[in-house]
Design a protein around this ligand. Structure first.
Ligand code: UD1
Ligand code: PEP
Length: 390
């Protein structure tokens, strides 16, 4: 998806199939045609992050209508407001997407985010690095992925300081140069396989998993009765035997428990002895996947009240964003159509722990976040096969 977006904008991208390394050359950057843009409509949220770089290089950006997991409204108001702050002009969205222009260039600004959005912080960073003058961002996301992006930009020649209390200052530079960078291991994938080990009473070594960025997850994992062993090359996650314990948990921005870790963990909690309560505070509608678990035999009740220590943005707004899970329950195989990426992975691991066979459709959604997951499942001993539906 990202490679394809880069290519339609004239960037040369070469992938080493053995190492996965990408070599990119932006010398031929050009405006993509609206047809090319349209082929990416509905794919993911990523195109919105092309705005800053395209406005700097070409003075214009056409962004297709975005896709991504249906876990809430997923507005892009913060992104558009950020771009306006830099001096961009946003045209009314048309059928092909949103057209954004910067006829007079972009100038640094003082920006404050109403919520520490990961994507909107990335938007600020990617735009501010080459804007004229200084940008100060208040209310920034500080997820490890953001700090990693800052390290990468620093390698390219950007001037960025991360200050106290979610403030980031960026001094724009005329040009940036190339970089060599190894991306962070995917924390969401690590946490997902870790939960898979609990659900299946298994033992999974996640190569590359990094303890430093998983502290909140590891704490919770141990609380519910999972064990792990941190090694230089990764982390071994396993069910040590005995009963899993229930817990109360709220998802939150970093350094809290990530919203993307919630769904596979809920499957593990269906096997814990007692009542667990999860308060989802990042997305208003991230429990849709539990209806399939209920069909499989799990006991999950959804509530619109904030069942957590602190009321969140979604309280009193009729969003079913708290879940009560009672366990342990015997799961039975079912026919499931996958609703979203993390929910889909959760359904797969629930199916592995369930009695009988499950038929799961829509699994292509899972590819977006779990590379070669079918091979990995097979290597782990799962009885799983892929059939093409005519
Ligand atoms: C591709 C990618 O890296 N996706 C991750 C990224 O998504 P993404 O960057 O889309 O998520 P955000 O951090 O922006 O969203 C957090 C909250 O802010 C709200 N919001 C966001 C932008 C905006 O313009 N207006 C607005 O109201 C969202 O609806 C949500 O309620 O961070 C999320 C939070 O860790 C993760 O779940 C996603 O897996
Ligand atoms: C919500 C997710 O992704 P996206 O932001 O791409 O929809 C996710 O990775 O769980």
């Amino acid at each position: 998806m990202v490679t394809s977006l880069l290519k339609i904008h004239g960037v040369t991208v070469i992938k080493d199939e053995t190492t996965g390394d990408l070599t990119m050359d932006p010398a031929g950057t050009k405006t993509a045609t609206s047809n090319e843009i349209d082929t990416h409509a509905g794919d993911s949220r990523i195109p919105i992050l092309f705005c800053g770089p395209l406005l700097h290089s070409l003075g214009e950006a056409l962004i297709p209508n975005l896709g991504g997991c249906k876990i809430g409204d997923r507005p892009i108001d913060f992104h558009l407001e950020v771009l306006r702050n830099f001096g961009a002009i946003i045209d009314k969205a048309g059928p092909l997407g949103t057209s954004i222009r910067a006829p007079h260039g972009l100038t640094g600004a003082k920006i404050s985010l109403p919520y520490p959005s990961v994507g909107a912080t990335e938007q600020v960073l990617l735009t501010a690095v080459r804007a004229k003058g200084t940008t100060e961002l208040e209310g920034a996301a500080i997820e490890p992925e953001i700090l990693d992006l800052i390290s990468l930009l620093q390698k390219m020649g950007a001037i960025i300081t991360v200050q106290r209390d979610r403030v980031i200052r960026i001094v724009g530079v005329e040009r940036l140069s190339g970089y060599n960078h190894k991306a962070l291991p995917d924390r969401n994938e690590s946490a997902s396989w870790a939960s898979a080990a609990l659900v299946t009473k298994g033992d999974i070594f996640v190569e590359g998993a990094a303890q430093r960025d998983l502290t909140a997850f590891l704490h919770t994992y141990r609380q519910i009765g999972g064990e792990f062993e941190v090694r230089d090359a990764g982390i071994r996650f396993y069910h040590p035997g005995g009963e899993l314990k229930p817990l109360m948990l709220e998802t939150d921005v970093h350094p809290g428990f990530m919203t993307d870790w919630q769904q596979p963990l809920v499957v593990a909690l269906t096997q814990a002895h007692g009542v667990s309560i999860i308060h989802e505070t990042v997305y208003e509608n991230r429990f849709g996947f539990t209806s399939a678990l209920v069909e499989m035999g799990a006991q999950v009740q959804l509530h619109s009240e904030c069942l957590g220590a602190i009321p969140c943005r979604f309280g009193q707004r009729n969003f079913q964003h708290s879940a009560i899970i009672s366990g342990p329950t015997v799961m039975k195989g079912a026919d499931i159509d996958i609703p979203d990426l993390r929910g889909g992975f959760s359904h797969l691991i629930a199916a592995l722990a369930a009695e009988g066979t499950s038929h799961v459709t829509g699994i292509e959604l899972i590819n977006r976040g779990y590379e070669k997951f079918m091979d990995k499942l097979t290597d782990l001993g799962a009885r799983v096969e892929m059939n093409e539906i005519a």
